[in-house]
Write a protein that binds this ligand. Structure first.
Ligand code: DGI
Ligand code: FE
Ligand code: FE
Length: 191
């Protein structure tokens, strides 16, 4: 599908708010790609599709994982919401015809991050958190400024705030979110 066809489909399957968020992540990913010299078209496409599996119920998510033969960790089984990222990459590939591994990787890791992310992974991760329609998260002004100054420091601040937020909700942090945090803590401290 081309971008217009993808947008039309997303408008149909996502709620109005989620669709607006999706467009926000598309634009913000494009801006960060301009700043850091990433491929802008890939950034836009990854931003556009990152939440394409978000509207499925938890049961449907688990069902599709089975269908795609996608392994589900113990933690994901308890928090199926997290699966929208990996499933999003499956749909980007099978339903929307995206085969570019960098785009699929950015969609896959947009919620938890992962250690040693590629530039496009980082861009979509950060854009998802700070796109203009977001207004709940702490430190948003600082995150938005830092995003254009130092992408790794920005990434680390988001991970820290996410882990603090989850601790406040008494939720357990996904092992991958924690590994990502630990990796970037080490990396930034060794500079
Ligand atoms: O899909 P979005 O809402 O746009 O954003 P997202 O894909 O980053 O998902 C955000 C939610 O995911 C937010 O409520 C925090 C949650 N999240 C991120 N890391 C973890 C997590 N939730 C759990 N339970 N564990 C995590 O490690
Ligand atoms: Fe998401
Ligand atoms: Fe999102």
């Amino acid at each position: 599908m081309n971008r217009d066809e993808i947008k039309k489909d997303l408008k149909n399957i996502l709620s109005g708010k989620r669709y607006e968020h999706t467009l926000g992540v598309e634009y913000t990913s494009a801006c960060l790609a301009m700043r850091y010299g990433a491929d802008m078209e890939k950034a836009r496409m990854a931003g556009l599709l990152h939440d394409c599996a978000k509207s499925l119920s938890s049961e449907e998510k688990l069902e599709y994982c089975k269908k795609f033969g996608m392994p589900v960790s113990e933690y994901e089984r308890k928090n199926p919401e997290l699966l929208h990222a990996k499933l999003g990459a499956c749909f980007a590939n099978t339903k929307y015809g995206i085969s570019d591994p960098e785009i699929l990787s950015a969609i896959t890791w947009h919620t938890t991050g992962k250690p040693d992310m590629d530039l496009l992974d980082k861009i979509v991760f950060v854009a998802d958190y700070m796109e203009p329609n977001r207004n709940q998260a702490p430190d948003l002004a600082e995150v938005r400024k830092l995003a254009f100054q130092n992408l790794d420091q920005c990434l680390f601040l988001i991970l820290k705030d996410t882990i603090d937020y989850l601790a406040g909700k008494k939720s357990v942090t996904d092992p991958m979110t924690q590994r990502t945090y630990d990796y970037y803590e080490k990396e930034l401290c060794s500079l």
